[in-house]
Design a protein around this ligand. Structure first.
Ligand code: GRF
Length: 226
């Protein structure tokens, strides 16, 4: 965290629409996140709409080409050491004195070596319910129903395919195992009859926009001098 603990400088990493970035921007502009500054937005895609959102609000934003491929629904696990793209990203994040990295729809897996550079300082938004400590293969909803913990790509579709009645979103710390870090906050969302991946994801995003602001605000308070 920053030396004087006066502000929390966010680095927001995106790959697409950036609606969660927008939620942070709006919360910030309406003074809901005092002391929080969006210091840098990074996208691994040049045409990510989130970059336009950042530029519209005059935030420092950069496109950082990234080579990590995916196969079908599976990410190819990164090597343990940092890739060239990761080294560039780490340099940028240090240069901009980033305190907290927010993966807001960032679709690339980060290596253990990269994560070690920012221990406990990277959070992710995931469109499914994960157990408290992040690990474990099931989650128990508030009404006592046990559902699988859907991880990785297409978590929204995975919930639909499994036929569960409740899903949700959460914000969690990032650890080397994908979507398996300690949960900061979560909200359940009921699956409605006729829901498609798109309609359900839209409702999940409404929840996420609240969750990410809550998580960042909470971590800012934790970062304040006692
Ligand atoms: C969100 O649903 C988040 O859970 C997932 O990627 C999506 C990003 O959406 N990791 P947006 O780019 O913030 O609109």
């Amino acid at each position: 965290m920053s030396k004087q603990n006066l502000s929390l400088r966010l680095g927001v990493l995106i790959s697409g629409s950036g609606s969660n970035l927008q939620a942070i921007i709006e919360a910030n502009e309406s003074q809901q996140l005092p002391g929080v500054e969006i210091a840098l937005v990074v996208s691994n895609k040049a045409d990510a709409y989130g970059l336009q959102r950042a530029l519209k609000h005059r935030l420092p934003a950069i496109y950082l080409p990234w080579g990590q491929p995916t196969v079908g629904a599976q990410f190819i696990a990164p090597k343990p050491e940092m890739s060239e793209s990761e080294s560039r990203l780490a340099t940028l994040l240090h240069l901009f004195q980033i305190d907290l990295i927010v993966l807001a729809g960032w679709m690339r897996i980060l290596s253990a070596a990269f994560l070690e550079q920012f221990p406990q300082h990277i959070i992710n938004i995931h469109p499914a319910l994960l157990p408290d400590n992040g690990t474990g293969s099931t989650f128990t909803t508030r009404n006592g129903t046990q559902i699988p913990a859907f991880r990785g790509l297409h978590a929204v579709q995975q919930a639909l395919d499994a036929g569960v009645k409740i899903t949700g979103s959460c914000v969690h710390f990032v650890t080397p195992e994908v979507d398996a870090g300690p949960v900061i906050c979560r909200e359940e969302v009921a699956i409605e009859e006729g829901d498609t991946e798109e309609t359900l994801h839209e409702r999940l995003k409404v929840v996420e926009h609240r969750l990410i602001v809550k998580a960042v605000g909470g971590l800012k308070v934790l970062n304040e001098p006692g």
